[in-house]
Write a protein that binds this ligand. Structure first.
Ligand code: AMP
Length: 147
């Protein structure tokens, strides 16, 4: 299965935020949109970083006494974003997530954000593969060995 197969079903919408916006705004967006990450984009909508719920939890722990909510997102985000392409195999994205210990991969197409694959999307696609294989094998056994 390819990344483009997942995006066809899921859509290409990506939750984004600007680097000058605050961590409080990021937190609000993450909660309201029920996502685990926001891609940080510049005025041209080009990704400059990523901030996830994990970054905010870490920040809240490190700066427990300070006003961490007022910090700009650009001070907290991860800058070197690892991206995927629509033509990538889902297995490749799984390897990226496992090797780098993150759960979100923005997808770029022709220099533009074209979607985001989360670990939840991967599990969903594996589950539907398993269900299809299970159904096939069940039908095969039922036809071969009728009771
Ligand atoms: P996550 O498991 O996705 O919540 O992210 C764990 C850490 O990896 C956080 O510090 C994120 O900012 C960072 N991160 C998440 N996704 C990516 C990515 N695609 N490229 C680089 N860093 C990432």
């Amino acid at each position: 299965m390819k990344v483009s197969d997942i995006l066809r079903a899921k859509g290409s919408e990506v939750a984004t935020i600007g680097g000058e916006q605050t961590v409080a705004e990021a937190l609000k967006l993450i909660v309201r949109r029920k996502v685990g990450s926001l891609v940080v984009v510049n005025d041209a909508d080009f990704p400059e970083g990523i901030i996830t719920e994990r970054d905010i939890v870490r920040l809240a722990d490190e700066k427990a006494e300070g006003n961490w909510r007022a910090l700009p997102v650009k001070q907290v985000m991860t800058r070197n974003v690892i991206i995927g392409l629509p033509e990538d195999d889902v297995e490749y994205i799984m390897k990226l997530m496992t090797a780098n210990r993150f759960r979100h991969v923005p997808i770029m197409k022709e220099g533009k954000l074209a979607g985001l694959i989360s670990i939840g999307d991967i599990i969903k696609s594996l589950l539907s593969d398993f269900e299809a294989a299970n159904r096939y094998l069940t039908d095969y056994i039922a036809n071969k060995y009728p009771c």
